[in-house]
Design a protein around this ligand. Structure first.
Ligand code: SF4
Length: 212
């Protein structure tokens, strides 16, 4: 399939998913870039639902980078314990906030280069912040995007960064943010890992992995 044909197929997939999921929204609750940055760091190896439960009280207690910096490490660990890997996450959040304070005037930067320099922040977290807080196109490659991009035959790979760059070639830039939102929603509701509901899937006619 040529790149033009692939783009056309992806546009058809996105149009159909957009109609199927008009209520698609980002899974993590947040009100500002710092909150999304922290929530995304907490979401590693954890469900969005669990993160939202934790951040509901966390964000009432911590309002600024200084709040995360000033709290004892152990107290922050306890506040995020149920998201798993809490020691590492607490360490990264505190270190990240130190850099935000010293280098970015306590603001979350709006460029990929600056974001990935922050402790504990990789391309996935950076893209999530850029696209959802600053409306800058970015492809957030999470477990759903990895799985479904392979099922749809858009990539044959398991490496998130390679997949991100491969998708950048075939998904139109103005649809990158929409692609993430819709594919992740599709992964949660229909194309569920190990038990995809192909019979109910609105893009089964465009999917080489459909089991009908
Ligand atoms: S047809 Fe099945 S495997 Fe393909 S995207 Fe739909 S649910 Fe997933």
């Amino acid at each position: 399939m040529t790149q033009a044909q692939q783009r056309k197929r992806i546009n058809m997939i996105l149009d159909k998913l957009s109609s199927a999921y008009p209520d698609a929204r980002v899974g993590l609750d947040f009100e500002n870039p710092l909150q999304l940055l922290v929530a995304t760091m907490l979401s590693a190896q954890c469900t969005d639902e669990r993160v939202n439960i934790v951040t509901k009280s966390l964000f009432k207690k911590y309002h600024s980078v200084r709040d995360y910096i000033n709290v004892p490490q152990e107290e922050l660990e306890n506040d995020i314990r149920s998201t798993g890997f809490f020691r590492n996450k607490a360490r990264n959040i505190k270190a990240c906030c130190e850099v935000l304070l010293s280098k970015h005037n306590s603001e979350v930067p709006a460029t990929m280069d600056e974001l990935v320099q922050l402790p504990g922040v990789g391309r996935k977290t950076a893209n999530c912040v850029l696209s959802n807080c600053y409306n800058i196109p970015g492809l957030t490659v999470d477990t759903h995007v990895i799985r479904i991009s392979n099922l749809l035959g858009l990539v044959e790979d398991s490496d998130a960064v390679r997949i991100e760059f491969a998708l950048m070639d075939v998904v139109e830039k103005e649809r990158w943010n929409e692609f993430d939102l819709l594919i992740i929603t599709h992964g949660r509701r229909t194309c569920i890992a190990r038990r995809p509901k192909c019979a109910e899937c609105v893009i089964s006619d465009l999917c080489p992995s459909a089991q009908l």
